[in-house]
Write a protein that binds this ligand. Structure first.
Ligand code: ATP
Ligand code: MG
Length: 512
């Protein structure tokens, strides 16, 4: 057995996908919420600082210029940086000393100062990367044209996120992992339940997922194919068993005769003048056995249908039929049956040996199951293919009719009546071998059975004439092997006509 492919786990897959979605969702959600939260916070802080700046401006307006720094110091006390700027932007006072003791540069161009001077108030926020902090500025004008500015430094968005939100987000993520783990287990079990309950022996009765319907249909069709194959195998096996039983049985009879006579002769129990007769009987029985073994061999090779039964090539059926009729001349003469032959050269592709056996069996039967004074007619011809005969085309049929015997013309008569002159110029044609006799005929109910192995219509008669019931089985299989078929027409008391139809060879050889 091939090693199983490493299967992936459904729950693992669900877990990974759901976890990935959950993580991305949680991170996106926290970033967006943090952003919104931070912006609104900054907005609030800025509004508060601006209000403070206005209040400070109002208070300072009441105070003399000299006292103002002290008032501011008292009011804000280190929590907020404050700056007094005159109308020209010069810094009058600042709660934070400039770095290296240098004086403050002019503040007139600071946005919040400019806004306060122009429109009565100004607020901005500036980010310092070095401090990783944002500074909020709010400025309000005094009545004398100078400006009070307040500044407040606060953690930047990233610092805010890192210090305040890291922990809750990490906890949420952890909770998500655990939740997804449990959820994926449950989901897997839920998804798998219809699959676990699948009844594979009757796939189409399952109400599983619609997506599985094609798969179930395939399983079903494969199961049906397998069942049919099994039945076919069982049938073939039983046929084979019958066949072997029949073969052994058929062999036993001649062997018994042979061994009986040989024993008598070995024990000197046969008078000298009778020895030739006994030897003749032994010879006849062994000939019958040889014929039987030959037939069995042909049939078993046809069964194997390996395609290389015998050498194949173009075969002229007329020559084969002629040879067969010559071979059967003596038995026909003995039976008082006249065999007539009527042929045109017809070429088929196949095994000459098999085709000869096929025609031989048909003619042999026609002679054997005939009566004294009877007749057998063997005909080899080329005709319009059966299917095409109904819709075929008259012109070509007539053009070729000179090459055919009178029988062929008569046989086509009915079909030709229905044909139209507008049909194809080259209707398909086929080779036909027809063997007719004036024998007793074959009853309708037996007409199919006679092609079965070892089937004999009249056991005693067939036996007495040496038949074993394999001849027509060989005929049928040989016809099938050559892509053709065999049919028969029979009238009890009148005679029988066997017709074999075979595809023509693609091209007639030049030597014809
Ligand atoms: P084998 O051909 O193996 O020597 P067989 O002739 O008995 O033996 P088949 O050729 O298979 O076997 O024929 C089967 C049976 O069909 C015959 O026994 C015979 O009863 C009947 N049969 C065959 N051909 C004719 C025919 N032309 N006329 C009447 N009966 C026939
Ligand atoms: Mg026969």
């Amino acid at each position: 057995m091939a090693p199983l492919k490493e299967a992936m786990s459904l729950s693992g897959r669900i877990f990974r996908s759901v976890l990935a979605f959950a993580l991305v969702g949680i991170v996106l959600f926290s970033v967006v919420i943090t952003g919104i939260f931070y912006i609104s916070l900054e907005h609030d802080a800025s509004a508060k600082l601006l209000a403070q700046a206005h209040r400070a401006a109002a208070v300072l307006d009441e105070e003399p210029v000299d006292a103002r720094p002290a008032v501011l110091a008292e009011q804000f006390d280190g929590a907020v940086r404050y700056t007094l700027i005159d109308a020209n932007g010069a810094v009058l006072f600042d709660s934070a000393a400039p770095a290296d003791g240098a004086s403050w540069e002019n503040h007139a161009d600071r946005p919040e100062v400019r806004a306060a001077l122009e429109s009565g108030e100004g607020a901005t926020s500036r980010h310092s990367t070095t401090l990783n902090a944002d500074t909020l500025y709010a400025a309000a004008p005094l009545s004398n044209g100078s400006v009070v500015r307040l500044a407040e430094t606060r953690a930047s968005l990233i610092a805010f996120f890192a210090t305040d939100l890291m922990m809750p987000v990490a906890l949420a993520l952890l909770a998500a992992v655990v939740l997804v783990l449990v959820l994926s287990r449950l989901l897997t079990r839920h998804l798998m339940r219809p699959l676990d309950n699948l009844d594979v022996s009757s796939p189409l009765d399952n109400a599983a997922y619609a997506e599985m319907q094609p798969l179930l249909e395939r399983i079903d069709s494969q199961q049906r194919t397998l069942r049919a194959q099994n039945e076919e195998l069982a049938r073939a096996e039983s046929l084979r068993r019958d066949f072997s039983a029949n073969v052994s049985h058929e062999m036993k009879t001649p062997l018994q005769v042979i061994s009986g006579y040989a024993e008598l002769m070995a024990n000197n129990m046969v008078p000298a003048e009778e020895v030739p007769r006994f030897a003749g009987l032994i010879y006849e029985e062994s000939q019958a056995m040889r014929a039987l073994i030959n037939d069995v061999l042909v049939l078993s090779r046809l069964d194997e249908s390996s395609g290389d039964i015998a050498q194949t090539g173009p075969v002229n059926l007329a020559a084969v039929a002629d040879h067969v009729v010559h071979r059967l001349a003596a038995p026909a003469h003995e039976a008082g049956v006249v065999v007539s032959l009527e042929t045109v050269p017809v070429w088929v592709e196949g095994s000459e040996l098999l085709l000869e056996q096929m025609i031989y069996n048909l003619v042999e039967n026609a002679v054997r199951y005939n009566h004294e004074g009877g007749a057998v007619q063997v005909q080899v011809t080329e005709e319009m293919a059966e299917g095409a005969a109904l819709m075929g085309e008259e012109g070509t049929a007539q053009g070729r009719s000179s090459a055919r015997g009178p029988e062929a013309g008569a046989a086509l008569g009915d079909g030709d009546a229905a044909v139209s002159a507008t049909a194809a110029a080259h209707p398909p044609r086929e080779a036909v071998v027809r063997v007719s006799d004036t024998g007793a005929g074959i009853p309708l109910e037996a007409q199919e059975k006679i092609f079965e192995r070892f089937y004999r219509l009249d056991k005693s008669r067939s036996k007495e004439t040496g038949g074993t019931g394999l001849g027509l089985a060989i005929v049928k299989h040989a016809a099938l092997y050559h892509g053709g078929e065999v049919s028969l027409e029979s009238e009890e008391g009148q005679g029988t006509t066997f017709t074999v139809r075979l595809p023509l060879a693609p091209e007639e050889p030049l030597s014809s």
